[in-house]
Design a protein around this ligand. Structure first.
Ligand code: DAH
Length: 343
């Protein structure tokens, strides 16, 4: 019996080194520890082992069975990982060599994705609004609870105009006007171009896009916020995406959060797109600060709401596989034209 166990052990080592597909691994499992497997048969034979050897042989069989089961699980796990890596490698990445018809022009990838997101929110009862690109200091900062001398005014590296107005640093600049226009009980989405005096690199642009949303009603909760964000992500990535909230700080929301989404490429297991963390920082958000509601003439004792400011360019990069934000403003038709009219 001991001889047989040793033989089986060696046979398993040999065979397990040569399997890679799910089917091969499963067949190996069945062959050794399945109902009619070799080790199962050995265990059935155990009763014929002389009593004085039972203890030693029992331990040997058990050890072998455990080894086989652990190896099979590890093989299955690694096959799963390899399949995900393969899928990521096959996922749409930007191909600089594809020919593009530069005569007819095409929609910008931002335009295409914005339409998808807008359609999602419209289907959830949102009205779509626009914002100005030049804003008063009041709209950009004061009306959304950023007092004078608040560090946020510096943090956002504002482009000031000589008349004291600013190039909008955030889509939140339109919040006050929108809340005044629509009043309480509203759902509004307002995409827009924003500007900050940033040093440019592959993840920073001085001209970038955000998509902001506000919902005001009675008894709005954080759960509602999570629901809307998950629905939007499902529309964009055509599958369920999980989200998590981390604490954040913004003067216009209390409490404030950073919303992360599980990486749509690897499903949260960790890949190059998400720096192996499994999560993508997607969107600052929170429950609208009572001061912001009050400033817009809405009674914060009766109504509340949430707001979010989606870093839209990051999402476009994720969707297109472009790895440098500067491509988005490059005006390079050969590059940006690759996405045609849908992504
Ligand atoms: N306006 C913020 C920024 O650009 C983003 C933001 C944070 C918008 C929280 C929001 C919000 O609506 O609730 O940094």
């Amino acid at each position: 019996m001991k001889e047989k166990i040793k033989e089986l052990d060696e046979l398993f080592d040999k065979q397990s080194a040569n399997v890679s597909s799910d089917d091969e691994i499963e067949n190996l499992r069945l062959d050794f520890v399945g109902k009619k497997g070799k080790i199962t048969a050995l265990m059935a034979d155990f009763r014929n082992v002389p009593n004085e050897q039972k203890k030693e042989v029992g331990i040997l069989i058990n050890n072998l069975k455990n080894k086989v089961e652990n190896t099979i699980s590890a093989l299955k796990e690694s096959a799963k990982e390899k399949a995900i890596e393969k899928q990521i490698a096959n996922d749409k990445k930007f191909d600089f060599t594809l020919p593009v018809d530069t005569k007819t022009g095409s929609l910008h990838p931002r335009t295409i994705l914005q339409k998808t997101i807008v359609d999602e929110f419209v289907s959830m009862g949102f009205v779509i609004e626009d914002g100005n690109e030049i804003e008063t200091e009041y709209n950009n900062f004061t009306s959304v609870n950023v007092p004078e001398s608040h560090p946020a005014r510096d943090m956002q590296d504002t482009f000031w105009l000589s008349n004291g107005e600013v190039l909008k640093t955030q889509t939140s600049a339109a919040q006050n006007r929108i809340l005044r226009t629509y009043g309480p009980v509203c759902r509004v989405l307002f995409p827009g171009r924003c500007f900050r005096n940033e040093s440019l690199d592959s993840t920073h642009e001085n001209t970038f896009f955000q998509i902001e949303g506000v919902v005001v009603d009675e008894n709005v909760s954080v759960a509602n916020l999570i629901y809307f964000m998950k629905e939007m992500l499902k529309g964009v990535f055509k599958k369920d995406i999980n989200v998590r909230l981390r604490p954040g700080f913004f003067p216009f929301t209390e409490p404030s959060f950073e919303l992360d989404a599980t990486c749509p490429l690897c499903g949260g297991r960790g890949c190059n797109s998400c720096s192996k963390t499994g999560w993508l920082e997607l969107c600052p958000c929170g429950m609208i600060h009572p001061n912001v509601l009050k400033e817009a003439g809405i009674d914060p004792d009766k109504y509340n709401g949430f707001a979010f400011g989606l870093g839209f360019d990051r999402l476009v990069m994720m969707k297109t596989g472009l790895d440098d934000i500067r491509y988005l403003n490059s005006g390079n038709i050969k590059l940006l034209g690759q996405y045609g009219t849908k992504m």
